[in-house]
Design a protein around this ligand. Sequence first.
Ligand SMILES: [Zn+2]
Length: 286
Amino acid sequence: MSPPAVESQVQALTDLYNSIQNARHHPRDLLKTAIAPNPLPLTHPSLLLYSQQLKDIVHTLRSDAVQSALRAAKESEKADGQNIMNNVRRENRKRRPPSPESPQPYTVIERQSSSLFPVTKDDVAPLKSPELIEYIRQFNKTNSSYKLGIWQGTRSSTRDLKNPTILRFTIKDVLTAYLTVSYTSNDLVLLVESVTTFGPRERKLPHSQSDYSVYRMLSQEFGRMIHSDPQVGLQKFMTLLCSYENMFTMRCDKCQRVLCVEGHVAAVERVWNESDGQWQPRHVSC
Ligand SMILES: [Zn+2]
């Protein structure tokens, strides 16, 4: 096979992949609109657009170009698929398109692409429960505005954490967050189960709710992030939490405003920016 043919096949599959990714955003947008006071009529333009997008995807998927690219990809994998799984995840996603005959790769792609957390070359192994105390000690040295601690659950031996454990994370004058983390006896990896956030001067229990809508929205936002990748390591999750240090002064990366036009709420959403290697603030409504 000549290189241009491979190129055009990769392009056909990349286009298909991108259109599927695009279509994936729609159900979430539709849900947002659906909980609005007036439910969507079935003739609503967004619904029609979504249904047209799905039709287009089916059409592209059935096209000769995509079908022959999928066949070629399968043959190529059969011929030499040895190291395919060792590639970086993002590479993997590009190079290993789903084959129509095998539903398994599709599941893998869905799980990886739904994660809103970055995959970087500096990724460390997810934190395990025996490493938590030392991690907290080191973490608190990084920035004097942050403070991380165990809210309850220490036993006499620090190696034997209560499971689940509640962590308390504060950013001075910005927020207090309670993280419920748990681990299984298999691998001891700490996973974040839920996060509730409060104003810096609120005195509330972790399982209650903030009196301020911005912190309730923030708690929901963390719920969405956890849902996108329940296996995300604690260290990576903490980079997300730390990105709220200037929560009330940072501009939204879409509309460039600090407070959104509707509701005058700060940018509580975070989107990972690959080129900057940073979490970018965004309004929920943007
Ligand atoms: Zn905005």
